[in-house]
Design a protein around this ligand. Structure first.
Ligand SMILES: NC(=O)C1=CN([C@@H]2O[C@H](COP(=O)(O)OP(=O)(O)OC[C@H]3O[C@@H](n4cnc5c(N)ncnc54)[C@H](OP(=O)(O)O)[C@@H]3O)[C@@H](O)[C@H]2O)C=CC1
Ligand SMILES: N[C@@H](CC=O)C(=O)O
Ligand code: NA
Length: 433
């Protein structure tokens, strides 16, 4: 088999993990030996690195790699949006296949990127972009293709699961734990992307496009992060038999008169029963539960971030596209590439149905629970449980868990509850599954 020469853009957590795999003597498929690193682009040529590199391998100009005719594949593991998009598109236009771990770019410019790759008869593979080391993108494109996907729900950000697990198990401090996640290489360059839910929204957007076949308007996905979760919510959730996790959900709805498939997609901190399989997913691990017809239910589980697992996904992509190119010469494997096959739209937040958790701080006065219950009842919101969990001096904390109810009805109830004289503040609102 011919050698496959790759140019790697980025030599941080993921890039150095790729180098380690390709320079190790790991007992894996012989095709791994065909992959040769031709050049590596970094930002700072003078940076001190843990891995000793031949200086001739390094450049600070990514376009040198793209314009080098001897390089077959560009591996984009630099991050960011605008420059990364240019690197990917220019590489494809010059007939080079691309492997990327960059969810921010694929979630925003996937359509243009997939189309360019198809037009140029090359591939864009991105297994590492969603749930780091877990095979999830290629299974959706290939192994699960004979199914109708109904629903996907999961934990798809490693940093936030790491933080929430430590807050739950060790009552760890939020800020300190975020710093630890950064030092372990889990968090994005700007960790706001992780803790405010942007990263999970990018990932569920990519997964939804692959599973349901239509372009998703990323900016329409409703998302929230974990930065407002405090130890009290975690403690109360635990008392009531739940864990708090940052969940991403994408669910098939009806096809409308314009032949567009409705999708309910959101990301948010959520209560999940301790008996639910997702509640066992701890630390940097991710998991995605997929319900499909006729398959039934499967859960894909494993490390969602970190150098080795993420790099392993990147290297597997390189192997897959090298093998496909060698085998098919100039023809393109239609399942390894990706094209949309239908229209989809996101259901507006006021139309979706959800279970909710609400923590209300109010005066500890007689009848307040009754008043809150009445407001929910009047607005068609059915309550699963309502309890007073903490009372000190004249203050009480009331926790409400609803059944699955219309979001518009729920938001209306919240406004009315907020205006009760006894209510000081609605301290937190979370989803439940
Ligand atoms: N870390 C993880 O666990 C995971 C990361 N990803 C994704 O992988 C990508 C890379 O992440 P990660 O490895 O953590 O990031 P790092 O910040 O660790 O590394 C980024 C690398 O890109 C290089 N770089 C930055 N700007 C430029 C530039 N203008 N030209 C050339 N090189 C540049 C940096 O150079 P220098 O070294 O000189 O600073 C660095 O080597 C991101 O898209 C991320 O979302 C996906 C899944 C998991
Ligand atoms: N920052 C991301 C890395 C992988 O995509 C995460 O924490 O999941
Ligand atoms: Na993956």
């Amino acid at each position: 088999m011919r050698k496959c020469k790759i140019g790697i853009v980025g030599f941080g957590t993921v890039g150095s993990g790729i180098y380690k795999i390709l320079s190790s003597e790991v007992d894996s498929h012989p095709i791994l030996k065909e992959i040769e690193i031709a050049k590596i682009a970094v930002k700072d040529l003078n940076k001190k690195r843990d891995i000793e590199l031949d200086n001739n391998l390094l450049t600070d100009d990514p376009f040198k790699l793209i314009n080098d005719p001897s390089i077959d594949v560009i591996v984009e593991v630099m991050g960011g949006v605008d420059l990364a998009k240019d690197i990917i598109l220019q590489s494809l236009k010059l007939g080079k296949s691309v492997v990327t771990a960059n969810k921010a770019v694929i979630a925003r410019y996937g359509e243009e990127i997939y189309k360019t790759a198809s037009k140029e008869r090359v591939y864009i593979l991105s297994e590492a972009a969603v749930c780091g080391g877990i095979p999830i993108i290629e299974p959706l494109k290939r192994s699960l293709k004979s199914n109708c996907i109904k629903r996907m729900v999961g934990i798809i950000n490693g940093t936030t699961n790491f933080i929430l697990s430590k807050m739950t198990n060790e009552k760890a401090d939020y800020k300190e734990t975020l710093k630890l996640a950064q030092s372990l290489g889990y968090a994005e360059f700007d960790p706001t992307a992780d803790v405010e839910g942007h990263d999970a929204a990018d990932k569920i957007s990519i997964l939804s496009e692959l599973a349901f076949g239509g372009k998703i308007k990323r900016e329409e996905i409703h998302f929230e992060g974990i930065s407002k979760i405090n130890l009290k919510d975690i403690e109360y959730a635990n008392k009531l038999g739940f864990e708090i996790k940052l969940l991403a959900l994408s669910e098939r709805g009806q096809i409308n008169s314009n032949d567009s498939l409705a999708l309910n997609i959101w990301v948010g901190p959520s209560l999940i029963p301790k008996s639910h399989p997702l509640s066992t997913v701890k630390g940097v691990n991710n998991a995605l539960l997929i319900e499909a017809d006729p398959l039934g239910e499967i859960m894909l589980y494993g490390p969602g971030a970190g150098s080795g697992p993420t790099a392993a996904s990147v290297v597997s992509d390189i192997l897959n596209l090298h093998a496909a190119k060698e085998k098919n010469n100039n023809s393109v494997d239609p399942l390894l590439s990706f094209d949309f096959w239908r229209n989809c739209h996101i259901t507006s937040s006021s139309q979706i149905n959800k279970k909710n958790y609400l923590r209300i701080i109010c005066l500890d006065s007689p009848g307040v629970i009754g008043k809150i219950g009445d407001i929910f009842g009047k607005n068609n919101v059915s309550i699963e449980s309502i309890v007073q969990l903490d009372a000190s001096e004249d203050k009480a904390e009331i926790v409400v868990i609803t059944h699955e109810v219309n979001n518009g009805d729920f938001e209306r109830s919240k406004d009315e509850i907020n205006s009760l004289n006894e209510v000081k503040i609605i301290a937190s609102q979370l989803s439940c599954i």
